[in-house]
Design a protein around this ligand. Structure first.
Ligand code: AMP
Length: 121
């Protein structure tokens, strides 16, 4: 799967663009979404060059897969959303309106998030 090294999250990982960091370790970086859809809206991205979930799940090494899941867990804890509840979203491809072609998981919380999906247009 082709990976675009000029995507905005790759630039954040290289330190070329700033972010509001929430958590970082060897496997992942978590930062606040620039256009939050809820009081808590954090993005968690792996450090490796993976375009989307399928690319990550099929190509990443076992330590990367486990490390990313643990980083996601630590970010959820840091965000303080466990008690109230939260939603994890990973958009993949055209139908899901994926904007940035670097695998990421959205953590949304801090309010009642409503139904899982809006009505189709
Ligand atoms: P997706 O549609 O799942 O690809 O979501 C991409 C997300 O990245 C959107 O929610 C954007 O608001 C967010 N985003 C785009 N650029 C930045 C940035 N420089 N810093 C933080 N979040 C960003």
């Amino acid at each position: 799967m082709n990976y675009d090294a000029n995507n905005i999250f790759a630039k954040i990982l290289r330190g070329e663009i700033p972010c509001k960091k929430v958590y970082e370790d060897d496997y992942a970086l978590a930062f606040h979404d620039i256009n939050p859809q809820a009081p808590v809206h954090i993005l968690v991205i792996p450090k490796g060059p993976y375009s989307n979930y399928e690319d990550f799940a099929s190509s990443a090494e076992s330590d990367e897969l486990a490390g990313f899941q643990r980083a996601l867990l630590k970010t959820i804890a840091a965000a303080g959303v466990s008690a109230g509840g939260y939603r994890l979203i990973s958009n993949c491809g055209v139908n899901a309106h994926q904007e940035v072609p670097h695998y990421h998981v959205h953590i949304l919380g801090g309010r009642d998030l409503g139904a899982m999906l809006g009505k189709a247009a």
